[in-house]
Design a protein around this ligand. Sequence first.
Ligand SMILES: C[S@@+](CC[C@H](N)C(=O)[O-])C[C@H]1O[C@@H](n2cnc3c(N)ncnc32)[C@H](O)[C@@H]1O
Length: 281
Amino acid sequence: MNYRHAFHAGNFADVFKHALLTRMLVYLMRKDAPLRYIDTHAGKGLYDLKSEEAVRGAEWRDGVGRIASADIPAAIESLLKPWLDATGLRSGQEPFEYPGSPLIAQALLRPVDRLILCEWQERDAARLESTIGRDKSVKTFHLDGYVALNANVPPPERRGLVLIDPPFEEPDEFGDMAAATIRAWKKWPTGVYALWYPLKRPDEAQTFVEGLAEAGLRRILRLELDIARRREPGPLSGCGMLIINPPFPLEAEARELLPWFVKTLGRDDGAAFRIDWVVGE
Ligand SMILES: C[S@@+](CC[C@H](N)C(=O)[O-])C[C@H]1O[C@@H](n2cnc3c(N)ncnc32)[C@H](O)[C@@H]1O
């Protein structure tokens, strides 16, 4: 496996994924009861935006770089604030590092909550563990995230969120993600599942979505963002997230955030968003 998130950290897909992840965690924390966060493909946790990998593609400049230099309207800023705080992004300041999903969740969650973080690449798993530091709330595993997911659901808290964010380098990553999600959902149907996917060939994402619906999963919200016209082959310019059991306000919040992302991150007239329910109640 060659995937290195260091090339992509802080790009438009991270903005989309992490801003929405943050909104869901904020909502789940409105109840005092503890929650569990399971990150099946956690990455190494913190990314140096001045590193050779980050500089080579400079993807972050069209992601967090644009956010840092944008004029953010007040309504959007209040939605983005927990993410901006957790990532250290400051308006008007060029970022020099960017945290990944595990560090964002760690920054947001409370001492009563628990985090399970899995990373398959040995070096990145070791880096993740040292970046997380001593934190009794967090368990980091150098394991296949799909295997770990199955072993960790349902969590004792019976409430929480699973983020599945694979690199999509395996030929049937959509199939693997669907199978793992269906298996986990059967054991824990009330969990919130956030499944990230690239938009390259629309048919593969559609087949994946239909597979989940056919397996009986309900309450599936689809959120997608394109920042440019899709070109095949070409750099990734669109991605989506399926949310199973989304927290109640997420759809309305996404209806505010995604048009602003289109405006702020869009590169040509192919920039667009989609919000729909694949399956309702
Ligand atoms: C897209 S990155 C994750 C980014 C991270 N979730 C974030 O938002 O900051 C995908 C990660 O999954 C790791 N990975 C690949 N296959 C895996 C597997 N089977 N189980 C766990 N991690 C895996 C890769 O090494 C890579 O670090």
